[in-house]
Design a protein around this ligand. Structure first.
Ligand code: PMP
Ligand code: GLU
Length: 429
């Protein structure tokens, strides 16, 4: 059988591939420290489990857009957490936000602009549908944040006519860097986007995993008419395997709404019925769910701060994380010595770490960085989420006062992974 060129070129997504590789290695007894996969490790909240049990007999095909009571809850959730006004009619529920991003790229005309680094899947989704992709490079010295100038320059370079429609994919808090934007930065980016007839797909799936008391703001606050927010329950509620995401559309975009529903209806039909009913609970704004989200976020912050401190003390450059559960360190200052060891790319670096040091990470090149930029994505998720959450709740003060001890005692694979990364770095010097 002959495949299309696009299908032939596509490989399994790097995030899922590394996870499967680690599972296989562990199954044959290899002790791999897993910094490769971004899956929040906390348990399914009991009230969501109960709701899922209650709805296990829901077996009918549901409306493609998602059931109304769920969209009502999503609407209230966005008002409560982000002070955003979206009617249930503007919301689409799909089987994960990944496929909703894909469908948006399919529905919307125009080239795609993505800051580098960016999450692995956007570029491949666009390439599958032959959409032109333009990376906008960002740098470590500016915490890998996209500046309005960078955006303006990229538009001028790749698209001579301002009025031709373009798409910008912005993700904050960011996978892979853990960085986010403050309102003034978003306002400026919105103004450039508006000026260049650019639709922003704003991937805010880590919006509630924001650290140090900073509240997430959406670019939709400054550019409601041109922004589509995508998000879901995979990250802040640790429900990745439930496969449920949402897209929030501008109020006047009836044609886009219809098109999204049509695409869904011809491909994935509707999101799983029991999962939609259980998600009504997951989108609750009651204190049991909101305190679950904030406790999990506090643990992510504690672990991210610990890992960041350890690797920075080992003289590895890494922007300080603002949210999500990733870090994006680089070994560029060791490039000459690494080259003598045969490591000339982030791919070589990640390969050496898994083969010789038993640490799984992902190379920066998977996130759109140049091959010879020696950066890696680290996901801080390799621990027993139920245990860590319980211990954190038992004594939050102590956890924050002595994070080293907390991580060593209850998330030992995280501290072991840091030890190992530091040993590797010392072996270069
Ligand atoms: N966006 C980003 C930045 C992600 O890291 C992920 C991770 N899975 C997704 C979107 C997709 O999430 P989901 O399909 O589980 O909603
Ligand atoms: N988002 C997660 C990651 O970046 C994994 C899930 C996925 O890629 O779909 O590791």
């Amino acid at each position: 059988m002959r495949l299309s060129t696009e299908a032939k070129e596509l490989k399994p997504s790097a995030t899922l591939a590394i996870n499967e590789l680690v599972m296989k290695k562990r199954a044959i007894g290899q002790n791999i420290l897993h910094l490769g996969f971004g899956e929040s490790p906390f348990p399914v909240h009991l009230s969501v489990q109960e709701e899922l049990k209650k709805n296990v007999d829901k077996k009918s095909y549901l409306p493609t857009q998602g059931i109304y009571p769920l969209r009502e809850k999503v609407s209230a959730f966005y008002k409560y957490h982000f002070n955003l006004d979206y009617l249930p009619e503007q919301i689409i529920v799909g089987p994960g936000s990944k496929v909703l991003v894909f469908d948006l790229l399919l529905a919307l005309e125009g080239p795609l602009f993505i800051p580098a680094p960016s999450w692995v899947s956007y570029q491949h989704q666009a390439k599958l549908m032959k959409k032109p992709v333009h990376y906008i490079r960002t740098i470590a010295q500016q915490s890998y944040l996209l500046s309005p100038n960078d955006l303006e320059e990229a538009f001028q370079k790749y698209s001579q006519q301002k009025q031709i429609q373009k798409i910008l994919l912005l993700n904050y808090p960011n996978n892979p860097t853990g960085q986010s934007y403050d309102p003034s930065q978003l306002k400026e980016l919105a103004s450039v986007a508006r000026d260049h007839n650019t639709i922003v797909i704003s991937d805010e799936i880590y919006g509630l995993i924001r650290f140090h008391g900073n509240k997430h703001q959406s670019i939709a606050k400054f550019y409601s008419e041109g922004t589509i927010i995508t998000s879901g329950i995979s990250k802040d509620r640790s429900l990745g395997g439930f496969r449920l995401g949402v897209a929030l559309l501008p109020s006047l975009e009836q044609e886009l709404l219809k098109s999204m529903i049509s695409i869904g209806s011809e491909t994935w039909t509707a999101t799983s019925a029991p999962i939609q009913y259980a998600a009504i609970k997951a989108y609750d704004i009651s204190s049991e769910i909101t305190s679950f989200i904030s406790d999990c976020t506090a643990v992510h912050q504690l672990i991210a701060t610990y890992v960041h401190k350890r690797i920075e003390n080992a003289n590895i450059r890494c922007p300080f994380p603002q949210g999500a559960f990733y870090l994006f360190p680089d070994w560029n200052k060791y490039s000459k010595k690494l080259s003598k060891m045969g490591i000339n790319s982030s791919y070589d670096l990640a390969k050496t770490l898994i083969k010789k040091w038993n640490i799984a990470t992902l190379p920066g090149s998977e996130f759109g960085m140049l091959d010879n930029d020696l950066c890696l994505r680290i996901a801080n998720c390799d621990y027993d989420g139920s245990l860590v959450l319980n211990k954190f709740r038992e004594n939050q003060k102590q956890a924050f006062n002595d994070p080293e001890n907390f991580v060593k005692s209850f998330a030992p694979r995280i501290s072991a992974a840091c030890d190992q990364l530091i040993r590797f770095t010392e072996s270069i010097k």
